[in-house]
Ligand binder design. Structure first.
Ligand SMILES: C[S@@+](CC[C@H](N)C(=O)[O-])C[C@H]1O[C@@H](n2cnc3c(N)ncnc32)[C@H](O)[C@@H]1O
Length: 280
């Protein structure tokens, strides 16, 4: 039940810092979607939700991610935005408090979300990482001024989430809800074949090249249902080969920054695969 949400039609910023976040890609995605009528929107690698929040509002949306803490934080933001913001902003943004909050075991949905939001904004680069026991173990981000979203900002997010379902689930499950005329935005962790590192670690689970193969099957199923897809992925031969569906492939690049002004590590190439009509 959402009682605290405020109405807005303007673009809404993500309440989180998220590795692999696609805020930088939004102008391109907006152009790509253009005036396409979308029956329902799906985002099964939700992360910080920056794309859903920027492209919406949608009359119906299905959002999921395997990160259970992330999904329950969004549920709490949807239902209690003011209480979550007030609690998260009440913690002091210093090293001592950071480690105290990190070591704490939150009591309920609102406290868990406030802790998640606080740690996300005060930790090192906003990375989400847990140890084998499932305990968040990212160090303090240093004495920079962390901006934790205000109650007003979270109410804008909550308003967008009103028409959305949220699920902690593997991406492949999203197909059960996909119908004709829907749009599925896919933003997996990037993994390529024959790479020394071979995988990207998110949460306690690896996103392997086998997962990329499962994702390729999902794209086929989306197409069979006469739905649209946009897939962001690494610009690598193994990926191009796997996702060659006879659709459009668009090159994009960004400054590869995980966060923080000193973390810029040059330019990375990425690809967008889509069956939406592309101009030119
Ligand atoms: C690149 S991030 C998405 C970033 C998001 N587009 C944004 O702008 O913030 C990839 C996300 O996929 C999630 N993930 C990893 N493996 C998954 C799986 N098998 N099914 C669903 N989500 C998964 C991670 O938890 C992470 O949040």
């Amino acid at each position: 039940m959402t009682t605290e949400a405020s109405e807005t039609t303007a673009s809404v910023a993500s309440p989180l810092r998220w590795v692999g976040g696609k805020r930088w890609l939004i102008p391109k995605l907006r152009k790509l979607v253009g005036e396409t009528e979308i029956a329902a929107y799906h985002e099964p690698f939700l992360g910080g939700a920056s794309v859903f929040l920027a492209l919406g509002p949608f009359s119906k949306a299905h959002l999921s991610d395997t990160n259970v803490e992330l999904i329950s934080a969004f549920e709490a933001i949807r239902d209690y935005p003011t209480r979550v913001a007030n609690k998260a902003r009440a913690y002091a943004r210093d090293e001592e408090t950071y480690y105290k909050v990190r070591a704490s075991i939150p009591g309920g949905l609102i406290e868990s979300a406030a802790r998640f939001l606080y740690l996300n904004h005060t930790s090192f680069n906003g990375i989400y990482r847990v140890n084998l026991a499932g305990t968040y173990n990212v160090p303090f981000g240093g004495e920079r001024i962390a901006h934790i979203p205000t109650a007003e900002q979270l109410r804008a997010v909550a308003s967008r989430l009103e028409q959305a379902t949220l699920k902690a689930d593997d991406f492949a499950k999203c197909i059960d809800r996909v119908g004709a005329g829907d749009l599925v935005f896919l933003d997996p962790p990037y993994t390529v074949a024959h790479n020394e590192n071979g995988f990207v670690k998110y949460n306690q689970r690896l996103f392997s090249f086998e997962d990329q193969r499962r994702l390729s099957k999902l794209v086929d199923e989306i197409k069979e249902r006469d739905a649209h897809y946009i897939l962001a992925n690494a610009a690598h031969d193994s990926i191009v080969e796997l996702f060659d569906k006879g659709d459009s492939v668009i090159k994009t690049s960004r400054r590869n920054s995980v966060g923080g002004a000193n973390a810029i590590r040059g330019s990375a190439k990425e690809l967008l695969f889509t069956n939406l009509e592309t101009a030119g």
